[in-house]
Design a protein around this ligand. Structure first.
Ligand code: ATP
Ligand code: MG
Length: 196
């Protein structure tokens, strides 16, 4: 049977520019290949489930909930995402590791990635100093301030988590650098992965 995977998971630490790069790539695919891409945001899905259950009012409070609750809503969202992702070309905008009050929570547990069977796991990276700046100047979100050193550690941990997804599913792991002021370049690379 042909291995016709159509899902790309896009990960990277908060404020690295995942959503911005995805928007650029979707536009690129539409313009140059006349194809549309369904973008699913794991965080949005989780937030909708958590707010329906009355657990939370602000999306940026999700990572402060007791981790057992976070796992519960994550499971429900994972099931919803795997179901929706059965359609055409799909990008999933998410995190491999969530910084909680009790250490890193695995954003993509094995049963989620096994259900999704991604073609590629993309890791969007940037210089830790630039990430710190992007977080502090982003007025649309309540972002945690973090030491550059901790941002660097989080980013390194994400590489380890990304290769785990590759091991479990056979997905390729592609690092895309989101350089300052060069979103277009990063978007083109992501578009190439979607169309591969
Ligand atoms: P989260 O995981 O929290 O959703 P994210 O990775 O999706 O974060 P974005 O919201 O896309 O991050 O970007 C964070 C901020 O960084 C935004 O204000 C965005 O405009 C800015 N930004 C993204 N990419 C670049 C870039 N290449 N150069 C300069 N600024 C950028
Ligand atoms: Mg985002």
């Amino acid at each position: 049977m042909a291995d016709d995977r159509n899902i790309v998971i896009v990960t990277g630490i908060p404020g690295v520019g995942k959503t911005t790069v995805i928007n650029e790539a979707v536009e690129e695919v539409k313009q140059n290949h006349n194809e549309s891409v369904l973008v699913l945001n794991f965080g949005t899905e989780i937030f909708q489930i958590a707010s329906k259950k009355g657990l939370i009012e602000d999306r940026d409070h999700l990572r402060k909930m007791p981790t057992a609750k976070q796992r519960e809503v994550q499971r429900m969202a994972g099931e919803a995402i795997a179901e929706k992702a059965k359609k055409a070309k799909v990008i999933i905008d998410t995190h491999t590791l969530i910084q909680t009050n009790n250490g890193f929570l695995i954003g993509l547990p094995e049963w989620v990635v096994r259900a999704i069977q991604p073609k590629t796991l993309v890791l969007v990276e940037a210089d830790p100093e630039r990430i710190a700046e992007r977080r502090s100047s982003d007025e649309t979100r309540t972002r945690d301030a973090q030491l550059v050193e901790d941002i660097d550690t989080h980013q390194r941990m994400c590489r380890a988590a990304a290769t785990t997804v590759g091991t479990l599913t056979g997905a390729t792991v592609r690092i895309i650098k989101n350089r300052e002021g060069k979103v277009e370049e990063a978007g083109k690379e992501l578009a190439a992965t979607i169309m591969e």
